[in-house]
Write a protein that binds this ligand. Structure first.
Ligand code: SF4
Length: 165
């Protein structure tokens, strides 16, 4: 009998949903092709946190997602408006969905203040990156969920083999 496909979380914008701050998307063919092996659960943590689309761009100041979870850094617009509460709410809502669907991995948009993994913008709005994760990625990782960017889709194969061994 054919094995049932497992669920993974995917940044909605990578699937072509116009969820980005500027109401555009980051449609990615390699991510869409994952539907052959997985059930894709689209999420936009910023929308789930209650932010509108379009919305002002945001970056993390004073640290990265891990520090936002600890209340030691904040997510802000270029004009200095604090959006941390919405980001925290979106991270918690995304985690609830992950738990509901028994998700073990996510493919998230690189460098985003919510979905980024490994590197995010540093709050200067000058295109400068700093090490660390977005807020939702940091929370998912704390709960044992593996997160890959769209630039690391190939690593999902490895992850599946490790999980099944
Ligand atoms: Fe895409 Fe994540 Fe930004 Fe939503 S929060 S637009 S899913 S990168």
């Amino acid at each position: 009998m054919e094995q049932e496909k497992g669920w993974i979380l995917v940044s909605a914008c990578l699937l072509g949903v116009n969820a980005k701050y500027n109401a555009g998307n980051n449609r990615n063919a390699a991510v869409l092709a994952l539907s052959r092996e997985f059930n894709l659960l689209p999420v936009c943590p910023e929308q789930l946190g209650g932010l509108p689309t379009p919305r002002p761009a945001t970056e993390i100041r004073g640290g990265a997602g891990e520090q936002v979870l600890q209340g030691r850094a904040w997510v802000c617009t270029a004009a200095g408006q604090d959006r941390s509460d919405a980001f925290l709410r979106g991270a918690r809502e995304t985690l609830s969905l992950a738990e509901l669907y028994g998700v073990g991995a996510a493919v998230f948009k690189a460098r985003s203040p919510s979905c980024g993994c490994g590197r995010v913008y540093d709050g200067s709005f000058a295109g400068t990156l700093q090490p660390g994760d977005g807020v939702t990625t940091a929370l998912l990782k704390q709960k044992g969920i593996s997160v890959f960017t769209e630039e690391e889709v190939f690593r999902l194969q490895e992850w599946t083999q490790m999980k099944d061994s």
